[in-house]
Design a protein around this ligand. Structure first.
Ligand code: BGC
Length: 775
């Protein structure tokens, strides 16, 4: 792979052309604005290896299920956010020779993601097969101000010959998904139009009937002078192009400014989408590239102002965390309750762009602390709006009385995953969705969320747990049989500690939440309880009995919780016993061997200890960490961040740093050799958790901000932004001091370690503080 320059914390730079690594770079150079986005494909025609990818948030196709052996209860389809029409192509011929980086001789090549400004640039010098050498400079952004708009400024200069250029601006809807179960086309054309320097295609998804317009407009300048566009137009099914001929003398730059607009019937009536695109393009042409760029840059500046993490003394960590925050901000903006966060965001097809427990367990804390509460609330509203489907889903599995089982994988509320051990068994996701309600309220103070849907979700999930348990006579305890915990390297186990702890917590919290809702608004609370026909005495009594008597397996001798009842029957090897050539084990071992082994894909008991960290003392955390960490292979990208936070708490700063770097640079260094498929967006939120909750020691407890920063070896400083209850704080820790800036209009208490201190509105407090002692 070409080098990724880590010296500048604000850029990711590819130096040198690298056709083999192209898909990885396309993933890394993806851009998005929460509503649409796509991979860093070249604007020119490219005949080398590439994964074209343009995605419109929420526009999906139900790809019929393909499994070897059907099991009753499987959903009929897997929802996929589709590869959509591409607004970017600018195809160039020079004296009749196509400019194609796969056939040209590349003299120099640089591709840079400018994270500060949300821009992608490429500059290269290439000699075409006909001997003509050209310089190209391209700059692209997907506007975070105008959610429908993208813009490209493309400059081409013949180096030492006078040439005739053919410039073809295109919208290409003739696209497929690489990941398609039956190699079907997913799009039908509704209409297309092209004339002079404008064109669009309107496509409709098969089955789901989303109509999507993708449109373009462009201008061409020579020596800064706009040229009249007398173009040839070309049309084909799902494709339009407008082509002009331009002469360029040696050294003379031809500049093409292209705007692309996307609009979908998911957001507005289908008969308005073309008009919306046209209006966006008219406004873009009237505003001009420079001003559009300036407003986009200002918006990114603001995003960074409220979400940046600054790490001194560790360029690799700095670049990694910024890349992660950049992608999180490009993926989800929280202004639409029907949208969520796909594990690959707008960077690839894998995981179908749909919603997993990753959202509540990993992403929510990032958006809670770096956005206004409305953004996180929309993540909660998403689940509330899908409650009916979650109840139906549980109904299909035989549960009654309004019990809800949220899907493991969904886009519209229906389950769409088809592996029995995940679909039916990974029920712990219900726990994460319930806990997210508590987490949101704890952070924002918005207790009324209970009345706005939170209570209904909690009651339905508690009803599920109350039916999913069974009573074990031998154990004289409530048990949950046949589950898969977060560790997907064990299936159909009994009494996964994490699942049982989440169930117990939900049952207790739901009862508390009902009382609290009654205090807040007795009438509305009563209406909710009646609305779901809660038999308060009987159901709460059962919930309480289960919570008191649920089986939580542990090994008193080792003083550890057991991942599942029979975990100790396994041969207790450690990761050091593995042959490095056999890692990752999921690529080398049979599934059967993995399931029988003690190796853990991702944090499981440790995930639970993180969620409920206040309930366990450090010795308990230490014993469990020392038992499970050596057995964890971290083959899910979600895993290292959890271990990082606990390692910080235990003062294992080397370990914490190793884990933090692993998650922060997972894609930049292609650690799992799968970045070609897209970036790991949801685990990027884990990186932020590792940095801010882990090293920063940031928590919101009883409505007050707690900080307890500690620096990783080699770090000279750690700075981060923390918002809670609409108060914004900027925190900077060095080895000897802690500076806290209260950027809000009210005085707020802040806990620094165990000391409570008031910080005045717009005041900055600096405390001399030696590095926190660690054990
Ligand atoms: C992990 C799951 C996760 C999914 C999507 C899997 O590899 O084991 O916990 O939900 O990826 O990120």
């Amino acid at each position: 792979m070409s080098s990724l320059n880590a010296n500048d914390g604000w850029t990711v730079t590819q130096n040198g052309f690298d056709p083999e690594g192209n898909r990885v770079f396309e993933s890394l150079f993806s851009l998005g604005n929460g509503h649409f986005g796509g991979r860093g494909n070249h604007e020119e025609a490219y005949s080398g290896d590439s994964l074209p990818g343009n995605y419109l948030a929420g526009v999906f196709y139900p790809d019929p299920t393909r499994v070897g052996w059907w099991k009753n209860g499987y959903p009929d389809y897997f929802a996929k956010v589709l590869n959509a029409a591409d607004w970017k192509p600018i195809h160039i011929s020079v004296d009749g020779e196509p400019l194609d980086l796969a056939t040209a001789t590349i003299v120099s090549f640089e591709r840079v993601l400018h994270m500060r400004t949300g821009e992608l640039t490429r500059s290269f010098r290439a000699t075409l097969p006909n001997g003509v050498t050209v310089d190209v400079e391209a700059l692209r952004f997907v506007s975070i101000v105008r959610r429908h708009l993208g813009a490209i400024r493309y400059r081409i200069t013949p180096v030492d010959a006078d040439v005739s250029l053919e410039v073809s601006a295109q919208v290409n809807g003739d696209v497929v998904n690489q990941d398609s179960n039956y190699d079907e086309g997913f799009w039908d054309e509704v209409s297309r139009s092209v004339s002079e320097a404008r064109g669009h295609v309107v496509l409709r998804t098969k089955k789901t009937a989303f109509e999507c317009a993708t449109a373009m407009a462009y201008e061409v300048r020579r020596n800064g002078q706009r040229l009249p566009i007398t173009s040839r137009v070309e049309e084909a099914e799902r494709f339009v192009a407008s082509t002009i001929d331009v002469d360029a003398a040696a050294g003379q730059t031809i500049e093409i400014t292209k705007y692309g607009a996307n609009a979908t019937s998911r957001e507005m009536p289908a008969d308005e989408i073309v008009g919306c695109c046209d209006a966006q393009l008219d406004a873009a042409l009237a505003t001009g590239f420079d001003e559009l760029q300036a407003e986009h840059r200002a918006a990114w500046e603001h995003r960074w102002d409220i979400s940046d993490v600054v790490i001194g003394g560790d360029p690799a960590a700095q670049q990694g965390i910024r890349f992660n925050i950049f992608q999180l901000n490009a993926t989800f903006t929280g202004d639409d309750p029907d949208l969520n966060i796909g594990p690959k965001g707008f960077t690839g097809e894998k995981y179908g762009g749909v919603t997993y427990w990753d959202t509540e367990a990993f992403c929510l804390p990032f958006y809670l602390a770096t956005s206004e509460p409305e953004v996180s609330k929309n993540l909660l509203n998403y689940r509330h709006r899908q409650l009916g489907r979650a109840i139906e889903n549980a109904g299909k599995l035989g549960f009654t009385n309004g019990a809800a089982l949220y899907p493991m994988v969904t886009i519209n509320g229906e389950e769409c995953h088809n592996e029995w051990e995940i679909t039916f068994e990974e029920i712990h996701r219900n726990g994460a969705i319930a806990f997210a309600i508590f987490n949101y309220i704890r952070h924002t103070g918005d207790e009324h969320h209970l009345l706005d849907g939170g209570l209904e979700v909690l009651i339905a999930i508690s009803r599920f747990w109350a039916q999913r348990v069974s009573f074990s006579e031998p154990k004289q305890a409530w048990v949950i049989l046949g589950v898969t915990g977060p560790n997907e390297y064990e299936n159909n186990v009994d009494n996964n500690w994490y699942t049982n702890v989440m169930a117990r917590w939900t049952l207790r919290y739901t009862a508390e939440a009902i009382s609290r809702a009654r205090e807040l608004d007795p009438q509305r609370a009563q209406a909710i309880v009646e609305g779901v026909a809660l038999d308060e005495d009987a159901e709460l009594d059962r919930w309480n009995t289960i919570a008191e008597g649920i089986h939580l397996p542990e090994d008193p001798e080792r003083g550890v919780f057991l991942q599942q009842g029979n975990y100790l029957d396994k041969e207790l090897l450690t990761v050091d016993d593995l042959d490095p050539a056999e890692r990752p084990i999921h690529q080398h071992w049979s599934w059967d061997r993995i399931l029988r082994s003690c190796y853990i894909k991702q944090a499981d008991v440790l995930q639970g200890l993180l969620v409920f960290e206040d309930e366990y003392d450090l010795d308990t955390i230490r014993r469990n960490f020392d038992f499970y960490e050596p057995r964890t292979v971290h083959e899910s990208s979600l895993s290292p961040s959890v271990h990082a936070v606990l390692a910080v708490r235990l003062g294992r700063l080397d370990k914490a740093h190793e884990m933090m770097l692993r998650t922060a640079r997972l894609d930049l260094d292609d650690v799992n050799a799968d970045t070609d498929e897209g970036c790991h967006i949801t685990s990027m939120a884990g990186t932020w958790i590792a940095a801010v909750h882990g090293f920063g020691g940031m928590r919101v407890v009883d409505g007050e901000l707690h900080l307890d920063p500690v620096l990783a070896p080699g770090w000279t400083s750690l700075g981060f932004q923390a918002q809670y209850r609409r108060a914004w704080f900027s925190v900077t820790a060095t080895r000897t001091s802690l500076t806290i800036e209260n950027r809000s209009d009210t005085t707020r208490p802040v806990w620094i370690g165990s000391t409570r201190q008031m910080v005045g509105a717009h005041d900055t407090v600096r405390v001399e503080r030696s590095a926190r002692p660690v054990d």
